[in-house]
Design a protein around this ligand. Structure first.
Ligand code: ASP
Length: 328
């Protein structure tokens, strides 16, 4: 490690609260996170924000290479990992499903693809349509593998940026009422964020049509942990008490029966009229893309936090890459 990098590390990575513990690790699921490494990551993400705002970035990961392998479409997650790596002075090998002539489209197995890519890269970011596939890839790879979404399973880096956004917007996570709205069955961001919130003292509300209810193993986990939680079909039941309204889209691509999708796709709409009944300091969040569940007029409301949430994804992914690739 050269002197310049050591110097930046001194400024950026020292004196942080909590504990890193993520160096050299795969990032597969939110169960890997606790208050100590969350405190560390959030404080580091705030430093990353300052660095980006003042200098655009810092050469902490100079000469480091990330392979970004996306077997499912992605706009924000892939762009934000690329921006994060480049703002830390590193570079990215982007491989997407649409790339023709790559081995991925030639039917090479996932284990072979990751074992090949790690010969070039220091870490691999992987999105895949099958739940559990990223964990399988990580078993074969020697280098850290970061889960960028595995089917309807988990999306841990989204959950980290969601939690960081709540903290940045409301100054605390403890004591809040968080309402998840929409496709709670297939929405992997909901699955990850809910479990991450179990590190805090929160009340949880789940709002969805019957066929999109959160999986039982998730709601049982919340209930068994003793949390104040409630499920409802109607967002009006929770709008007055929510501090965070976490809205998700109905994920058409996950339905095997499109008639079912048609039944529920317009089930709810977050509108200015609905927000009149909400707390003045509530935040509306969304992992994006939205496909009609939040009306565009809501964008003018200062409580609409979804584009600030996107920005926070950059800082969190910078912090996570630094935590995984730099010994503390
Ligand atoms: N972007 C999020 C995800 O990849 C949410 C979504 O696609 O609806 O899971």
């Amino acid at each position: 490690m050269d002197q310049a990098i050591t110097g930046h590390r001194t400024t950026l990575l020292e004196g942080l609260p909590g504990k890193n513990g993520l160096y050299g690790q795969d990032i597969l699921a939110v169960s890997q996170f606790d208050r100590e490494n969350l405190d560390y990551l959030f404080a580091l993400a705030e430093r990353m924000r300052d660095v980006v705002e003042t200098d655009g970035g810092v050469d902490l990961l100079k000469h480091r290479v990330l392979a970004a392998l996306f077997y499912e479409p992605s706009t924000r997650t892939s762009a934000s990992f690329i921006a994060a790596m480049e703002r830390l002075g590193g570079s990215v090998i982007p491989i997407t499903q649409g790339v023709q002539f790559s081995s991925v489209s030639k039917g090479e197995s996932l284990p072979d693809t990751v074992r090949t890519l790690e010969q070039y890269a220091d870490a691999i970011v992987l999105r895949h349509p099958e739940t559990g596939s990223v964990a399988i890839a990580a078993r074969y790879a020697q280098k850290p593998v970061i889960n960028a979404g595995d089917g309807t399973g988990e999306h841990p880096t989204q959950a980290l940026l969601d939690l960081f956004t709540i903290l940045e917007e409301l100054g605390t996570i403890d004591g809040l009422t968080v309402a998840m709205v929409g496709d709670l069955r297939f929405g992997r961001t909901v699955h990850s964020l809910t479990q991450l919130l179990l590190n805090y003292d929160v009340r949880l509300r789940f709002v969805s049509p019957e066929i999109l209810r959160a999986p039982l193993d998730l709601t049982n986990k919340v209930r068994d942990a003793g949390y104040d939680m409630r499920e409802t079909y109607d967002v009006h039941d929770v709008i007055g008490e929510a501090d965070v309204l976490y809205v998700t889209r109905v994920q058409k691509e996950r339905f095997s029966d499109l008639a079912q999708y048609e039944q529920v796709k317009d089930y709810y709409l977050i509108s200015p009229a609905l927000l009149e009944r909400a707390k003045p300091k509530m935040v509306v969040m969304h992992p994006l893309p939205r496909v009609g569940e939040i009306s565009y007029e809501v964008d003018e409301d200062p409580r609409a936090a979804y584009f600030r949430q996107v920005r926070n994804g950059l800082y969190i992914r910078m912090a996570l890459l630094a935590a995984v690739l730099c010994p503390a």
